[in-house]
Design a protein around this ligand. Structure first.
Ligand code: HEC
Length: 145
């Protein structure tokens, strides 16, 4: 949870600063931020699932709130393909650009599914399936090995 909060803060600050000005940024920096955002999302999603199986509603809601904020940052990090930055580090994955309206739709799907869980009033409203479905849909469309 603590680690997730730090990752979230770093990604949010970087994304709202000059760091991702497309005119001024090296592809490596943008792709590094993408990877950081995805790992922050991955950490929060794992934390949300763990909290859900522990019956800890407040912790699940807090991770869901982080997921919704991170989803809001994604479109900014995937405006350009930056194909020259791949392969990146140890990662097997890359971004294949496509219809940006479709990307936005997948990011919005994660944002609204995560916001709904962040507003949950009982464990029954914690919708792991909807959030997980938004990950898978976007990966199928835009993530390649
Ligand atoms: C709107 C699109 C979108 C959504 C939503 C999304 N992802 Fe991703 N994800 C991507 C793309 C594109 C990549 C490949 C990025 C790259 O290689 O630069 C990726 C990469 C990753 C990676 C690999 C990072 C690496 O080191 O290469 C992980 C892990 C990951 N996503 C987890 C998740 C999880 C978990 C969720 C849902 C809770 C999620 N993602 C939601 C688009 C998305």
């Amino acid at each position: 949870m603590f680690v997730g909060a730090i990752a979230l803060a770093v990604v949010s600050v970087a994304a709202t600063s000059q760091v991702v000005d497309p005119m001024n940024t090296r592809s490596d920096d943008v792709v590094g931020l993408r990877k950081a955002a995805m790992w922050a999302i991955n950490t929060e999603f794992a934390a949300m699932r763990a909290a859900s199986s522990d019956g800890d509603l407040e912790a699940a809601k807090s991770s869901a709130l982080s997921l919704s904020v991170l989803a809001g940052v994604l479109p900014l990090l995937f405006e350009e393909e930056h194909a020259d930055a791949y392969p990146f580090g140890e990662s097997r994955f890359r971004y294949e650009a496509g219809d940006s309206a479709v990307f936005l739709r997948h990011a919005s799907a994660q944002q609204s599914a995560a916001s709904a869980t962040a507003d949950a009033s009982s464990m029954r409203d914690v919708d792991i399936r909807a959030i997980g479905g938004s990950c898978a849909a976007c990966h199928t469309a835009f993530r390649r090995r």
